[in-house]
Design a protein around this ligand. Structure first.
Ligand SMILES: *Cc1c(COP(=O)(O)O)cnc(C)c1O
Length: 398
């Protein structure tokens, strides 16, 4: 054995900015829905790298595409046409009603692109000096300055004031708050159909439709952040599709390339007129290697009908976790979510429960201090979820 966890911890303290509170675990390798630590201890992954590795770890078909493409072309920049990028755009757009794609490298960047497009569309196409973006309490849109401003949680803004102007945060779930907040300076509303970081809080269908309707009536763009809830996780390719909505702009990222960094902003042909040559750019966005992998991800999702699998398995899992709640009265406040985006809200602080689950070999996340957040690979086995349910019951009962 080379490294111990203590050695690694000391080395990291010496070398890296202290921005992360790490789990007490160093992951050495992964395959499918399993991860192994330094001592070759096996874990069931119910987090998928924060909703990223949706098709499981080190999937052989993706490894093959990576290897082959890495010998053909990896990156040339967006100064050039690249067929791989077009194939990806075609596959991705086909899962939506959108007409155009812009590729970048992360969720925050996809939201930045959306914010810039909304402003430029209003200012240059509609000739209206509208710039304000309205977001909702509890939302999360990223860590760049603009997306931190858009994010409705003060702890992410601590020490970074002043925030960029033009962001207004309103109450979640109240159409009348949105009606009151919109003015002639409002460019767009940005909504997470299911708040992820905010504790797995799905919008109600009524609220989602109200937001879309108010935006349409007031000439404000309706934008959805599908960075976490997209790519099949909730049981449809995109969470907004559960409610028959037609947003103007969407951001996506996490699961696009199953672990390689990629973000995308999709928009209707109408709003796409907001960007012209030179309006926006990125050096790395959708290079040939990333595009080839993301295309393969979408091909596999379609071939294996992954969104439907997530819907079915997720519905089963939520019922199963509710049964755990029934068996342990007073321990679980609520089980909620959609598809395989599941929050188990405990009655009290969850740190201890989370630690015990980790010790027993289950990797998941604790958000908002008491919500166990499950974002398993969409390829997770029912037996893995059943084992988790039993273990959770043991931990809660013990
Ligand atoms: C993770 C996340 C982001 C930010 O994505 P990064 O790739 O970390 O920049 C934005 N919005 C939502 C909803 C997210 O979950």
């Amino acid at each position: 054995m080379g490294q111990t966890l203590d050695n690694i911890r000391r080395k990291e303290e010496e070398l890296l900015f202290k921005t992360y509170g790490r789990y007490p675990l160093s992951i050495a390798r992964g395959l499918g829905n399993k991860l192994w630590d330094l001592d070759s201890r096996e874990y069931t992954d119910l987090l998928a790298g924060l909703g990223v590795v949706n098709l499981g770890h080190c999937r052989p078909e993706l490894a093959e595409v990576m290897a082959a493409q890495s010998r053909k072309l990896v990156h040339v920049s967006n100064l050039f046409y690249q067929e791989e990028q077009l194939e990806l755009a075609q596959r991705l757009l086909k899962t939506t009603h959108f007409g155009k794609a812009f590729f970048c490298n992360s969720g925050a960047e996809a939201n930045e692109a959306a914010i810039k497009l909304a402003r430029r569309y209003q200012q240059r196409v509609k000739n209206k000096y509208a710039y304000e973006i309205i977001t909702f309490e509890g939302c999360f849109h990223g860590r760049t300055l603009a997306t931190v401003a858009a994010t409705g949680q003060e702890r992410f803004q601590d020490g970074f004031l002043p925030m960029p102007d033009g962001f207004t945060r309103i109450e979640w779930g109240k159409p009348e708050a949105l009606e009151a907040a919109i003015s002639d300076k409002t460019a767009a509303v940005l909504l997470e159909i299911i708040q992820g970081e905010g504790g797995i809080r799905p919008v109600t269908p009524d609220f989602a439709r109200s937001v879309a309707g108010i935006c349409r009536d007031k000439g404000v763009l309706f934008m959805v952040d599908e960075v976490q809830c997209g790519m099949g996780r909730t049981g449809k390719y995109w969470a907004f599709q559960h409610y028959d909505l037609r947003p103007d702009i969407m951001s996506a990222a996490k699961a696009l390339a199953n672990g390689l960094p990629m973000g995308a902003m999709l928009g209707t042909d109408e709003v796409a007129a907001g960007f012209v040559t030179g309006s926006h750019a990125t050096t790395f966005g959708a290079g040939a290697l990333l595009s080839a992998v993301a295309s393969k991800v979408l091909e596999i999702m379609e071939k294996e009908n992954i969104p439907a699998r997530a819907a079915e398995l997720g519905a089963w899992a939520m019922e199963r976790f509710r049964a755990v709640g029934d068996a342990c009265p007073g321990k679980i406040r609520e089980v909620r979510g959609m598809g395989l985006m599941i929050g188990i809200e405990l009655a009290g602080p969850g740190r201890e429960v989370w630690e015990k689950l980790l010790q027993k070999g289950f990797i998941l996340n604790l958000t908002q201090e008491k919500v166990l957040r499950l974002l398993p690979p969409l390829s997770i086995e029912k037996s893995d979820l059943e084992n988790f349910a039993r273990t959770l019951q043991d931990v809660l009962a013990g």
